[in-house]
Design a protein. Structure first.
Length: 94
């Protein structure tokens, strides 16, 4: 996939590993996540909990039951540190 290509629903992704909010590695192709539907959220806001991201997370929280019923894994990829991302769970109703 080239740098201008876009992912579409159902596309396969390349393997990657990134730290979660606790600094533990997450790989969406690992055994416990492989084969499950994956919703990737890419956030480029410079500040934790920026208004755009808060609104997106609130909308996502409203769909939490439907996503869980479909066994969807939700991963947000940001450019902030894992420590800065810990507070985002409150916007998801956690």
């Amino acid at each position: 996939m080239g740098s201008t290509d876009r992912l579409e629903a159902g596309d396969r992704i390349a393997a990657f590993t990134l730290p979660d909010a606790d600094g533990k590695p997450v790989n969406p192709l690992s055994d416990h996540l492989a084969g499950r539907p994956l919703l990737l959220i890419f956030d480029c806001e410079p500040q934790p909990g920026a208004p755009g991201l808060r609104e997106d997370l609130a909308a996502l929280a409203a769909q939490a039951e439907a996503l869980a019923a479909q066994d969807v894994v939700v991963l947000a990829i940001t450019r902030r540190s894992p420590q800065d991302n810990r507070g985002l769970g409150c916007h998801l109703g956690r």
